[in-house]
Design a protein around this ligand. Sequence first.
Ligand code: NAD
Length: 496
Amino acid sequence: MTQIDHFINGQRLSGGDRFADVFNPATGEVGGKVALGDAGTVETAVRAAAAALPGWAATPPLQRARVMFRFKALLEEHSDELADLITAEHGKVHADAKGSLTRGIEVVEFACGIPHLLKGEFTENVGTNVDSYSVRQPVGICAGVTPFNFPVMVPLWMFPISIACGNTFILKPSEKTPSAALRMAELLSEAGLPDGVLNVVNGERDAVEAILNHPEISAISFVGSTPVAQSIYTNAAAAGKRVQALGGAKNHMIVMPDADMDQATDALMGAAFGSAGERCMAVSVAVAVGDAADQLRERLVPRMQKLKVGPGTDPDSEMGPLVTKAHHEKVRGYVDIGAKEGAELVVDGRDLNLQGYEDGYFLGPCLFDNVTPDMRIYKEEIFGPVLSMVRVPNFDAATTLVNAHEFGNGNAIFTRDGDAARTFASRTLTGMVGINVPIPVPMAFHSFGGWRRSLFGDLHMHGMDGVRFYTRLKTVTARWPTGLRAGADFIMPTMS
Ligand code: NAD
């Protein structure tokens, strides 16, 4: 059994005597034991991060970028190993795990451009013989708290940009999927990152609270469920920290009657059941306009019945298990609730039984039709392979429905009508919009984030918002007067 430690000051550190089991979701077996850090562990990490900060902040951005270039190469070299770690602890299929790594590597590529991204602004002669320039400086020690579902990609949204901006960083990965973060910290060290610049503290709520309470940590990036995001935002802001906290989602995909139904069906299959629906950008609600509903239903049902569910290590599997026994029970419970609430359970994945994997956390894909907005399966985030179809009469009803939901992460529309698509993109109250694209996850040089209860804070992750979040702006106004001193000036200075 693997022991999963912390990574502090450039080395693995086994801390304390508290551990939690990490399961292999395909078999239900315990694959490792993760150390549960506490306030003492966080203090050790902060000491390392504080000691490394002055030297790293003073390192020229070009040299920081060169570390990122080497890190990118190492991530690529170790891509199978990292994907294996993701599959072993999360359960998603290997190819999907590799895809998520690629999306993370794109953020490292973005961070490689940090000398350009940090270039400030300069104005000559803001007043007579007076110049002004703005610079972006690091905020100090930053921390990241990440969810179970993207053990590599979500941490990579945070620490490469933070570190490239000259900060030091403490990462608290999910206790359910901790191994890949530890391995990435080792690779970054191998890439030449000085000790103490990136530290990984494993643990649960105690470790997060110690991060929130630590006066020397200046900024917190969080990704996880909405109740935790909201509480992290509130507590971190009250403690005077800069904070961005991304929460849960219930992403809708509107299908107009003029859409290409085969394309829309393909899109729904991938977006609802890829990664067993455990994606914050998964589509969990299909909003079928007019007669789109019957057309979708007749295409979806046979496709769902043929979907290959199996362990993520099997190259033929299209969908793996859910992450833990508790989560499996929760998602299954929602299917029971939906059936009781009166939604029509068209495809029931609860009966799935995989020979040889009876103790794994597998659930087959589920489809509910005639779901209504008052049902819990519509209102709440299920985070599993459960697709709800809501029938609406027209485009206006569809957009009103989407905008009335509490979450606003990503939404999509499938149509051939440019006017409908444009109106939807303009009106929808979400941070990310797809037009004939079911999962519109922005590339690294754009920013990722939702609206409403899907994000607490002002700035999205990566892209220029990432650079803004991890830097403080300073504007210098300078002159070099010669000759006679003018004497004290008691009026409000104006530049003339
Ligand atoms: P979670 O909120 O349970 O946990 C996220 C992190 O917070 C973990 O590191 C965990 O240890 C820590 N944590 C849990 N409870 C805590 C508490 N009470 N106080 C302090 N820290 C706590 O989320 P999860 O189950 O790991 O991940 C799934 C959720 O994340 C879903 O809601 C999903 O939509 C969301 N998510 C959102 C995005 C996004 O970009 N908006 C991306 C990925 C996942």
